[in-house]
Design a protein. Structure first.
Length: 123
């Protein structure tokens, strides 16, 4: 079984979103440069239930939330998702020192991401 392991809050105004979630819930943020500001969010202690995520600039200017599912083999998962009617909207891409990700729409149009960890990945 594969689980959600990360979320991305796509915001048209990251500074407002960061300030809101920090004040409302005490989340901590660390900015990581991925060619755009990617604000990693720590949402709680590692020993408690829940997942961490990120705030990032919205690509289309609209707010949205994207959940990321961890997979064992991203290449096999991409093929399986396509065979089931999934539409790949962002092809497999490396995340240096972290792994690989890709983004899909399910047959009903729901956007989600998949992720395979691999700390040896380079750009």
């Amino acid at each position: 079984m594969n689980r959600f392991v990360h979320f991305e809050l796509n915001s048209p105004d990251c500074e407002k979103t960061l300030a809101f979630f920090k004040s409302a819930f005490g989340w901590e943020f660390n900015t990581w440069d991925m060619g755009f500001p990617y604000h990693l969010a720590t949402t709680g202690d590692k020993g408690t239930p829940g997942i961490d995520g990120a705030v990032m600039p919205s690509q289309d200017g609209k707010p949205s939330t994207v959940n990321i599912i961890e997979v064992d083999n991203i290449d096999e998962s991409i093929e399986k998702l396509k065979s089931l009617g999934g539409n790949c909207v962002v092809e497999k891409m490396p995340i240096p020192s972290v792994g690989y990700s890709a983004y899909f729409l399910d047959p009903a149009g729901l956007l989600f991401g998949i992720f395979q960890g691999d700390p040896t990945v380079t750009a």
